[in-house]
Design a protein around this ligand. Sequence first.
Ligand code: ADP
Ligand code: MG
Length: 244
Amino acid sequence: MPEVRVSHLFKKFGNVNVLNDIDFTINEGEFFTLLGPSGCGKSTTLNCIAGLEQPTAGSIAVGGTPFVDTERGIYVPTEERNLGMVFQSYALWPQMTVSKNLAMPLSIRRASRGDKAERIHDALDKVGLSHLKDRYPHELSGGQQQRVALARALVYSPSVLLLDEPLSNLDAKLREQARAWLKRLQEDLGITTVYVTHDQDEALSLSDRIAVMFEGHMAQIGTPKEIYERPATAHVAAFVGSCN
Ligand code: ADP
Ligand code: MG
């Protein structure tokens, strides 16, 4: 059974069709990327998985549990989905230390104090920032802040990690480094990851499989090699080819 199954997803904003019959499955432990130009519907798809947007039609299941099914009238609220999320603007709480930033989602989930300390330590260890636990966000670099945001998303052991352009606020050099540790982290953790980017290079270097979207449609799903060597449409060829 796939870890994430998105079936016949449609989304309208007003009378604009933003998602048209989006369909894909993601295997357990897979790094799966939604790639496409700005405005093609990547974030809307991710937000439907996250429970931040409600699809107009379709269904989404994670680990066999239906989160949304418009036909069966199922809608699980976002706080009950146990997903880790990191967005482009990673918004740490500026008045809290790194540790306190990680404690917050645990408090919301009513973790015990001992459990909390251990989870915070483990999550910071995973992103290699245990030594910065007492710092405030403004005392960290952009790359470090982004890693804290990632640790915060991992702290309650989510079943799936949702990352929406998490590196796009970093400058080119930091982005390169961040890409390398993100790849390593995913290999270490083996956590199922849905990654959103408009950056072809990023998608090709990080992903197990890539889903290329255009104007609310799914154009092609395949491994980086398949997408790069055998683009299914002229759109895909032009878009993916433009990274060289
Ligand atoms: P991407 O993440 O690929 O850049 P989005 O999923 O953010 O694209 O947006 C897809 C389309 O939906 C865009 O045309 C965008 O303007 C539109 N859209 C996104 N969110 C909303 C909203 N809340 N209300 C109206 N239109 C929206
Ligand atoms: Mg987006």
